[in-house]
Design a protein around this ligand. Structure first.
Ligand code: SF4
Length: 404
């Protein structure tokens, strides 16, 4: 590999020379102990050999059906492999073909995705299925351009689908690959920086062996997941003889950390409103966070407000119901994008049914919905038929068995 392809590596402090205080600082390429930069063929060969022996049996790897690979790549964005595999099997039972996804009701798609988080992926997969049915005759396209034009398909997913589903030449650089390359080539700046990102992609392109894009991309990701993880197992690594960070003894310092996500704390409240053996749920608006999900009314605490006061106010604002909390269930904690949420959960009843404006056809109090498109009074045991935001699902899992 030509020298100009190397990243500017961090200089290495060597021990002081005997009898002196002097410390030498040298660039890694000057260190005779350092492994030579890898030649492409031995490195890729070692990686591919290792992959053949260590490849995990995953459902979408059985036949590399393009629809299966597409679904797996949507699921794997932000989700661990093992978890994605469970959801994948369930998904395929419900939606065995692209046509079945395209024809599905949005609620069914969300329901099949419930628990995986990042629900825009489910909505985009639904839209993508429709686009493929209408614009590509029901066949997943194999060109990067056509793949990139699909809803929710970015640079990584397009490359992954093209290479893994069709074994066509493309790079697929995910967080695993970034970590492996940062160590392999001693990338001395955060992997998301422009310079590192360009270098890693160039190296990925250069290293991909002709006609083996599928195996090469999967092997890199697999190595990152199984061997070169947060705590690398260099002793078990097929690439250790090529790895600069390993030879320099700086694997713990690679990748160089980027900016930390700053989480904001949010205190929220929600209430399960009970009336005549039924509970009240409402469906969120079709835009914004958790769009189209069913939920118990609630929201953020305002300054100087107690959770009970916030509950009463939120119900009044969202439904015009006057409620009274009767039981504190507890606190649900969960993280959502850049928020760390602590949600107080209550059981409540209507304070004064005389003030309820009217009853609906089933004889239940009718809300005036301000933050929802529809509502239901349901029996608690039917709650699992509805797709709930993560915090509300935790509430149900934690306390509904005791309420039933
Ligand atoms: S030798 Fe260690 S640090 Fe280098 S690629 Fe392998 S596991 Fe990662």
């Amino acid at each position: 590999m030509p020298t100009e392809q190397r990243m500017p590596s961090p200089h290495k402090k060597l021990p002081a020379a005997e009898g002196t205080d002097e410390q030498y600082t040298i660039a890694p390429q000057d260190n005779e102990d350092m492994a030579p930069l890898p030649e492409h063929a031995p490195l890729t060969e070692a990686l591919l050999n290792w992959f053949r022996q260590n490849k995990r049996a995953l459902p979408w790897r059985a036949a590399y059906v393009p629809y299966h690979v597409l679904v797996s790549e949507f699921m794997l964005q932000q989700t661990q492999m093992e978890r994605a595999a469970v959801y994948f099997e369930r998904w395929m039972q419900r939606f065995p073909t692209l046509a079945s996804v395209a024809a599905a009701d949005p609620d069914e798609v969300l329901k099949a995705w419930e628990g995986l988080g990042y629900y825009s992926r489910a909505r985009n997969l639904h839209k993508t299925a429709k686009v493929i049915m209408h614009e590509h005759g029901g066949c997943v396209p194999d060109s990067l351009e056509a793949l990139r034009a699909l809803p929710g398909v970015g640079e990584y997913t397009a490359g992954a689908v093209r290479s893994i589903a069709f074994n066509r030449s493309a790079i697929a650089v995910d967080a695993n690959v970034e970590r492996v390359f940062a160590r392999l080539f001693d990338v001395a700046v955060p992997v998301k920086s422009i310079v590192a990102s360009g270098f890693i992609r160039r190296m990925a392109r250069d290293l991909t062996p002709e006609g083996q894009a599928r195996d090469f991309n999967e092997a890199l990701m697999e190595l990152g997941a199984l061997v070169c993880g947060k705590k690398p197992r260099c002793e078990a690594c097929p690439l250790s003889r090529f790895c600069q960070a390993h030879h320099l003894g700086i694997t713990a310092e690679r990748p160089v950390p980027g900016k930390k996500t700053n989480y904001s704390a949010l205190e929220m409240v929600t209430g399960v409103l009970v009336q005549d053996g039924h509970i009240f749920i409402q469906k969120r608006l079709e835009s914004g966070v958790w769009a189209g999900f069913w939920e118990f009314p609630g929201g953020r605490l305002e300054e100087d407000e107690t959770p009970e006061q916030a509950l009463v106010r939120e119900f009044a604002e969202e439904t015009e119901f006057r409620v009274r909390p009767t039981q504190y269930l507890g606190l649900v904690r969960h993280a959502y994008t850049r928020y760390k949420i602590a949600m107080h959960c209550f059981v409540c009843v209507l304070e004064d049914t005389v003030r309820v404006p009217s009853l609906d056809a089933a004889g239940f109090p009718e809300p005036k919905l301000q933050a929802a498109t529809e509502y239901r009074w349901i029996e608690a045991r039917d709650i699992d038929s509805f797709t709930l935001p993560a915090g509300h699902r935790k509430l149900v899992d934690a306390w509904f068995p005791g309420l039933l």
